[in-house]
Ligand binder design. Structure first.
Ligand code: BGC
Length: 753
């Protein structure tokens, strides 16, 4: 009887879930139906100029305000980028809504890349947290602050896979891995957009730069990219696909030439993949003047031709350049293109304006300043900065610093550099609101225990006149903590570097301080992986803190003194030298794989001991620090992995289990990683691919079993003839705490039809 009641209850609960799911689905389609009807009626009222107006995004800096207002009044503008402050935005919106013929609201866009007034760590750092939940929370806070200030739309997340640290925009990326990148994409889109785009505190997100931009040759920004289709589909597209599946509102086309067709005029990626295969129904915005740049690419003869090629390829909105405004009308009137192309673009844009609720709720009042930098925002910024920081080295467990260390010397150009710690792309972050390591450490351990000397004015400075002060500071201390790396200005858009060493005289400063014989801890604050092999051995510990944002200082202070335990893992491989680039973990094996045994320049006959393998003569082929790597103050032990079966048919499920034990003294968090290798494929497969990860917190002595569930989609890829499938055959499956072989334990597994 009891069982039967239970069954009824369970059935009832299932029914409720089913009904509420279907109702929700129906509700969604009902509201979408209303939106589509509204678009139809509006479109019928619009004249051609007004339609073309919706496709224009302007930057007010380039227009005199009166001219701008007049254009809005005439319905010639659909969106404004970087529109001053909340009051100015409201003024522009009033003109659009009350004074233009059809009252279509503007959508205000801005680069809210890693926070608004509360600045979070740079995205590359955030991805080292391997904590999508926390990254989502940061995006939610950014959306809250920016929307309070009247912004509707952020040009984030940047989802370019980045394997080249010379490229300045690696700072904006989630690193080199398509799986981790996809998890971060989903987290950021969900964080910005929330459950409902029309929530006044949601921002429409923008997946950019579509696509391949990160593969710029030589790491030089805007440079050409050549990406074969399987690589495009298996590596570069997945984060974008994940964002589209998470219902990202907009996509931005990239600046690069992709296999001979610029991304901004690429029908294959924009129409075939994005619209047809993925059914994306938001709108596509060009990048800044990337339509007129089709001329420089040598893909369009003039602006008219550029407008033609971009609209044909499926760019809905033109950012800043005016090819559409100046030429679409004539192209239609002369029958070169059909007006339906423009109608379609207008529909896409209006759909997002309706979904965003702009017609019902066009205005935002000037916010109280207390909506920014709220305690909870700062707490999240600090937590994310903690989790983004990667402990690269910790000889004899020098960190956390013991209570016995009475005086510390804080040395280096980044100990007290508020602007630099904010990182690139922070137009709304304010240096005066950033808490530097110097301030935070003084607060944490008391002013009297801290001696400070910058040693160098800036990271790039070569003037050594301050070295003596720094050396004197070091001599008076029990330990030295050096803050070195890169200034904000050395990474980000158009800020690529050919040399990745510590700029200026920083290496010499480290050597001078090391000579005092005081224990040395180095904190590297940078926008990319740097090469620091020359000073690595001089430090007992190295924390890679990236540009950690407003709360970088308190985060670093807590990590140094054991109030927080590092848990970050690299989302990108660190090269040993520039000559190794690109170096990434998910490379192919080659016909003559490299091995550590084959190092060294041969001394015998020229043909002798090189062994004809894919090595360098003069350097180890492995990275300085591998993808997935990061230490803790505690230690973790992994059991061998166990598989629920060693052979699985495609429709089955594989359970992978591994037990992790905290074998150290501190409570800590480990990021457990799961990799696979498809040993034989219809096209060659990477030597490893990340397929899952889990963050787990463990008390000292505690152990936990982690269970990963894999299905055929985890083994699937675009193979020969671009078919997406899991190919039967043999696989390796590993689990461990980095992508390095020595950190992994594995098992063999067979997939059958
Ligand atoms: C960048 C975009 C950015 C846009 C607007 C461009 O230069 O490539 O990422 O969103 O400017 O500021």
């Amino acid at each position: 009887m009891k069982n039967r009641i239970f069954l009824y209850l369970a059935f009832g609960a299932l029914l409720v879930v089913f009904i509420s799911c279907t109702t929700k689905k129906n509700e969604i389609s009902a509201s979408e139906k209303i939106i589509s009807e509204k678009i139809d009626s509006l479109l019928q009222l619009m004249n051609l100029e007004e339609k073309i107006g919706q496709l224009a995004q302007v930057n007010p800096e380039y227009n005199n305000t009166e001219i701008l207002l007049e254009m809005i009044r005439k319905g010639k503008i659909g969106s404004v980028i970087n529109a001053g402050d909340a009051d100015f935005r409201k003024r522009l919106q009033q003109v659009a809504v009350k004074e233009s013929r059809l009252g279509i609201p503007l959508i205000f866009g801005r680069d809210v890349i890693h926070g608004y007034r509360t600045v979070f760590p740079i995205p590359l750092a955030q991805s080292c947290s391997w904590n999508p939940e926390l990254v989502k929370k940061a995006a939610q806070i950014a959306a809250f602050e920016a929307s309070s200030d009247g912004i509707h739309w952020t040009f984030s997340p940047m989802l370019d896979i980045a394997r080249d640290p010379r490229w300045g925009r690696i700072a904006e990326s989630n690193g080199e891995d398509p799986y981790l990148g996809s998890q971060m994409a989903i987290a950021m889109v969900n964080g910005y957009q929330g459950d409902k785009l029309n929530n006044p505190h949601a921002l429409a997100a923008c997946a950019k730069h579509y696509v391949g931009y990160g593969a710029a040759e030589g790491g030089r920004d805007y440079n050409t990219t050549l990406i074969p289709e399987p690589e495009l589909r298996n590596i570069y597209l997945p984060p974008f696909k994940a964002a589209v599946e998470a219902k990202v509102a907009t996509v931005m086309s990239a600046f690069n030439d992709l296999n001979g067709i610029p991304a901004t005029a690429n029908e294959f990626t924009l129409r075939q993949i994005l619209r047809t295969e993925w059914a994306f129904d938001g709108f596509v915005v060009s990048d800044w003047t990337s339509i007129s740049e089709l001329i420089n690419h040598g893909y369009a003869a003039d602006e008219r031709d550029a407008a033609l090629k971009a609209i044909q390829a499926g760019i809905d909105m033109e950012m800043v350049s005016t090819c559409y405004q100046d030429h679409l009308k004539e192209l239609i009137q002369n029958g070169v293109i059909n007006e339906n192309l423009v109608n379609e673009a207008v529909r896409n844009i209006l759909r997002i304006k309706f979904r965003k609720g702009l017609f019902d709720n066009p205005y935002t009042e000037k916010p109280d300043s207390n909506v920014f930098l709220m305690p909870a925002h700062l707490e999240t910024a600090k937590e994310l900065a903690i989790q983004s920081t990667v402990l690269l080295k910790n000889d004899n467990n020098i960190l956390p610093l013991s209570e016995n260390i009475n005086k510390v010397a804080l040395i280096g150009p980044l100990a007290d550099a508020p602007l630099d710690q904010l990182g690139m792309w922070t137009p709304d972050g304010r240096p005066e609101e950033a808490v530097t390591p110097l301030t935070a450490i003084r607060q944490l351990i008391g002013n009297q225990r801290v001696i400070y000397a910058a040693g160098l004015e800036k990271s790039r400075s070569t003037d050594k006149s301050r070295f003596n002060n720094a050396i004197m500071a070091a001599r008076q201390a029990d330990a030295c903590i050096m803050f070195i790396g890169e200034e904000q200005i050395l990474s980000g858009e158009a800020h690529s570097r050919a040399f990745l060493n510590l700029p200026g005289a920083q290496e010499e400063l480290v050597s001078a301080i090391a000579q005092t014989g005081k224990p040395l801890i180095i904190i590297i604050m940078a926008g990319r992986p740097l090469i620091f092999d020359k000073i690595e051995n001089k430090a007992k510990a190295i924390l890679y803190a990236w540009h950690g944002g407003t709360m970088a200082g308190p985060a670093i202070a807590d990590l140094l003194f054991g109030k927080a335990i590092p848990s970050g893992k690299l989302s990108v491989s660190f090269p040993r030298t520039e000559g190794q680039i690109p170096v990434y973990y998910n490379h192919r094996n080659t016909g003559r794989p490299p091995s550590k045994e084959n190092l060294g320049i041969p001394t015998g006959t020229p043909l002798d001991p090189v062994n004809y393998s894919s090595n360098y003569l003069d350097l180890d082929f492995t990275p300085a620090y591998p993808f997935g790597y990061g230490l803790s103050y505690t230690s973790f032990e992994y059991s061998p992995i166990s598989l629920s079966k060693d052979t699985m048919s495609k429709n089955d499920t594989l359970i992978v289990k591994v037990t992790i034990r905290n074998t150290g003294k501190y409570a800590g968090t480990e990021v457990v990683q799961l990799y696979i290798r498809d040993l034989v494929g219809s096209i060659t497969r990477p030597v490893k691919e990340l397929k899952a990860f889990r963050r787990i917190a463990l008390e000292p002595g505690q152990s936990k079993e982690i269970v990963f569930t894999l299905t055929q989609s985890d083994f699937a890829f675009y193979g020969k003839n671009m078919t997406y499938s899991a190919e039967p055959g043999q696989f390796m499956i590993w689990s461990g705490n980095s992508s390095d072989d020595k950190d992994l334990s594995g098992a063999i597994f067979y997939l059958t039809e």
